[in-house]
Design a protein around this ligand. Structure first.
Ligand code: A5P
Length: 217
């Protein structure tokens, strides 16, 4: 799915790392592509593996972005951000003609955010107040990395993980999160994936695809 001359989004996480390693082998064999990294970690890996990279400013429209996910629902909506890179991952995914999600079967779920909280990237200024407003939406929250020394994203923000109340419409809940002052974005990627490749323990790969790519987020 990756051809000569493409600009390729490089995802973040253990599954994306497998893709990046395989891509590096093809680069060594003569494939010419340019990678756009979704995190500082991935940029470091790409450099180590000698994959040429550029910034999203250099290439604001990518041919394809390949990334992992924490959960995938039957409509190919995706929950991301356990690795803390959700904001850059979402910006790169939305800047790509194709967003291909690679997962193993354990990531397939009936409903998003039933097993994992929704990661929410918030600006550091006033984060306690922002967290309070998020809790007023009805969810339970924790600071990623702990209250004493919170995790910082590549953009210098914090991540608040929020477990939605039981039975809530998760996408409506996501809209309310996004409308909260102090929030930058959340880990729900609705209608962004163009296809999902599901790897199984026996080595087979199943392709899940919707007929048309929805456009809402
Ligand atoms: C990074 O912020 C995440 O969105 C990862 O893409 C996601 O957590 C999947 O990671 P693994 O492939 O390591 O499970």
């Amino acid at each position: 799915m990756i051809d000569d001359g493409m600009v390729v989004g490089l995802g973040t996480g253990s599954t994306a790392n497998l893709f990046i390693a395989a891509l590096a082998e093809r680069v060594v064999s003569g494939l010419h592509i340019i990678g756009v990294s979704t995190s500082d970690r991935t940029e470091e890996l790409a450099r180590q593996l000698r994959i040429p990279t550029a910034t999203l400013e250099d290439h604001p429209l990518l041919d394809v972005d390949v990334d992992g996910a924490d959960e995938v629902d039957p409509e190919l909506n995706v929950l991301k951000g356990r690795g803390g890179a959700l904001l850059h991952e979402k910006i790169v995914a939305l800047s790509s003609r194709e967003f291909i999600v690679i997962v193993d079967e354990s990531k397939l779920v009936d409903r998003l955010a039933e097993h994992h909280p929704i990661p929410v990237e918030v600006v550091a200024f006033g984060c306690t107040a922002t967290r309070g407003r998020l809790e007023n939406l009805g969810g339970r929250t924790t600071m990623r990395g702990g209250d004493a020394d919170p995790y910082r994203t590549d953009s210098g923000n914090y991540i608040v993980d929020i477990s939605p109340p039981n039975g809530v419409d998760v996408f409506a809940f996501g809209d309310a999160i996004k409308a909260t002052t102090g929030v930058v974005d959340h880990g729900l990627f609705r209608g962004v994936a163009s296809q999902v490749l599901v790897g199984s323990a026996d080595g087979t790969v199943r392709r899940l695809q919707l007929s048309a790519r929805p456009s809402s987020l």
